[in-house]
Unconditional design. Structure first.
Length: 261
């Protein structure tokens, strides 16, 4: 009888230990868009300074993951719908706040109205652009921001169509996202043709994760990023792409443009 009681007690204790064991971290399905030099393809591997930061976060936090490069709306929707989904680089807006758990900020950027170099724009504030046709990327944060404020937007299914539309006078301005010091104009052959007209917002971008991902996992990722910022890893990964030059024009035609969605 004593042996039976001890056996039962041991089984119950084992069950308690198993119940108390921490939940295994899910394998994260991470998505992004083609947005060089933040995220782009090298063969079949996704690279870029934002991508390298995400990979370093996962390595330090000991989290398994995969990264897929998709059109922005598909990348964003995957993170909204999949319990293990995350998407970068995502602008944190009030409308999106409750849709995700947030890791970051991973980077900063500016929302800029870009115009033709041969036009004389007189814009001191965003309000001065009211009535002008503003090219946006369908479904991104800038499109939502301008549309909700009643501006005349002309959304494109591919952000890289907007510089072409601007140069062909099909739109008056292009609402783009730029990192301070970015060489995107020179890299794409737009220098001297397209110029910044007005910075209308300064934003921070994040790795945005589905709310089903455990808080402990989000905490580990944020702690890893904090350590990367402190020890200089984040800046080192950014500098790695300072002189990156787009080598395949066809990729730009298939891509989604400039980061900070």
């Amino acid at each position: 009888m004593v042996k039976q009681l001890l056996l039962v007690a041991g089984l119950l204790a084992g069950a308690d230990v198993q119940a108390a064991a921490p939940q295994a971290a899910p394998r994260l399905y991470i998505t992004t868009e083609y947005s060089p030099p933040a995220s782009m393809l090298d063969g079949e591997r996704v690279i870029g300074y934002s991508t390298d930061k995400v990979r370093e976060i996962m390595a330090r936090a000991s989290i398994s993951y995969s990264i897929d490069l998709l059109p922005w709306k598909r990348a964003y929707t995957a993170a909204v719908q999949r319990p293990n989904g995350c998407v970068y680089a995502t602008t944190r807006t009030p409308e999106r706040e409750q849709l995700f758990k947030w890791v970051g900020p991973t980077d900063e950027g500016e929302w800029v109205l870009l115009g033709r170099a041969d036009r004389a724009y007189q814009l001191s504030t965003l309000e001065d652009a009211r009535g002008l046709r503003i090219g946006t990327y369908n479904g991104d944060a800038r499109d939502d921001y301008l549309r909700s404020r009643g501006f005349q937007v002309d959304p494109a299914p591919n952000d890289m169509l907007n510089p072409q539309k601007l140069l062909m006078n099909r739109i008056d301005l292009w609402a783009a996202g730029l990192r301070p010091g970015s060489g995107v104009m020179e890299q794409n052959g737009w220098a001297g043709k397209i110029v910044p007209v007005l910075v209308f917002n300064r934003i921070k971008v994040y790795l945005a994760c589905n709310p089903a991902i455990p808080d402990a996992v989000i905490g580990k990722m944020n702690a890893a990023l904090d350590a990367m910022d402190r020890d200089g890893t984040s800046r080192r990964l950014e500098r790695k792409y300072d002189n990156w030059v787009q080598r395949k024009p066809a990729e730009a035609e298939a891509g989604q443009g400039i980061p900070a969605r």
